[in-house]
Design a protein around this ligand. Structure first.
Ligand SMILES: [Zn+2]
Length: 86
């Protein structure tokens, strides 16, 4: 069951509510009986986006510390011979 977010245009009261697709959208604020504005799950999309970037940057920074292979990539003029020459 999807979660819908509403924000009151009168008093600014915002809340989430679980509704099925068949249910009618809320239009009246439970706090002040003002007019509600429906917000389309922007919270879920933002959460996924930020989580993806956090995981990506986190693994990248940790691997560069322990793995020397990540260092040559940062150098502008790196020769492939340095990999086998030890
Ligand atoms: Zn209100």
């Amino acid at each position: 069951m999807p979660t819908y977010a509403y924000t009151c245009t009168a008093c600014g009261h915002s809340f989430d509510i679980h509704q099925s697709f068949a249910d009618d959208a809320l239009t009246v604020c439970p706090e002040c009986s003002g007019r509600l504005r429906k917000i389309f799950s922007t919270v879920g999309v933002t959460f996924k986006g930020s989580g993806f970037y956090r995981t990506d940057s986190r693994s990248g920074s940790s691997s560069s510390v322990s793995t020397p292979a990540a260092k040559p990539a940062a150098k502008p003029a790196s020769t492939s011979t340095s990999t086998g020459a030890a």
